[in-house]
Design a protein around this ligand. Sequence first.
Ligand code: ATP
Ligand code: ZN
Length: 302
Amino acid sequence: MSNKPRDRLRVATQKSGRLTDAGRDLLTRSGLSFRESRDRLFCYGESLPIDLLLVRDDDIPGLIAEGTCDLGFVGRNVLEEQRLERTRRGEAAPFRELRALGFGRCRLSIAVPQDMAWAGPQSLAGLRIATSYPQLLGDWLDRHGIAAQVVMLSGSVEIAPRLGTAEAICDLVSSGATLAANQLREVATVLDSEAVLIGPAQPFADERGDHADLLLRRLDGTLQVRDSKLLMLHVDRTALDAVIRLLPGIDTTPIVTALDGRSDAVALQAVCQGAITWQHLEDMKRAGARSMLVLPVEQMLA
Ligand code: ATP
Ligand code: ZN
C-alpha cells in the first residue's frame, strides 16, 4: 500500500473524542476545508489535495505503518505506547512524531490512594499497578529499577484500587479531578503528552511529499500565531531601551518608527509570543510606554 503512488494526501484524525474538535479547528485555521462523506468516515479536501480519514485514535499509528494513511493526529501517549510495543517485538517504528500540536495536553501519571505513604518510586515495589499503557509503565518501572506487577485494563482504571484489583494506577490526567473523585493522589509523571502530528519514518517518494510540506508550513504558521499578539505603543526615545527590555516573548526585532512632528518620541511595534498580562502593560507604562494597544495576529508567514 505504502509504495503505491497517490496524488492526494490522507490524514487520519480521531472520529469522536477529545482530539476531534481541536484537530479540525487547527486544520480549518490552516486554510483546509472538507466535504464530509455520508458515512462520516471520510472527508474530501476541497481547498487542497488533503483528505481526512476519521478513525479511533488507537488505530492511527497502525494505519500509517501499513500505508493506509500518510499522516495522523494522535496523542503522544498512544504513539509512544505503540512505538515501545514494536521495539519490544524487535521492530523499528515505521512512524515518527513530526510536530507537537499544543492541544490535548495531559500526562500519564502514577497515582496511589490518598492515605498510602509515598517515599518515591520504590514505594511501588511489589504492588499491582493498573493501566491501559503497559509498555510505557513497564519501561518507566524498568528505568527506576522497580519490580511491580502491571495489570492491564482497557478502561475505568481509576476504580481499580477501590475494586481491589490493584494498589496503584497509571493513567492519563489533565485536571486531576477524576483522581480526586476517586481518592487518589498523583505521585509521579511517566510521560507528558499532547496531540502530535505523526508521519512515516521514510519520506514520501511522490507528490504526497509536496502536499505534506505544504501542510506542515501551514500548521507551523497557525501554531505560531495562536499565542501571538501584536503590541503597539508610543514611548520617549530616552525610555525606548527600557521598554524594549520589558517586551514579553519577542522573537523578532521590534519595529521603531518616527512620530510625525515629534523628535523626542517614537512608535514601537512588536509581535509577542505568549500572554501579555495587565502586569506586563503596567510595568511598561511605568518604564515610559503610552498609548498601548494589544491586537490579535490572524496569520503569519515567515
Ligand atoms: P477512541 O474512541 O478514539 O479510541 P478514546 O476514548 O481512546 O477514543 P479520548 O478519551 O477521546 O480517547 O482521548 C484521546 C486522547 O486525548 C488521549 O489519548 C490523550 O492523548 C488526550 N487526553 C487529553 N486529556 C485527557 C484526559 N484527561 N484523559 C484522557 N485522555 C486525554
Ligand atoms: Zn482510543
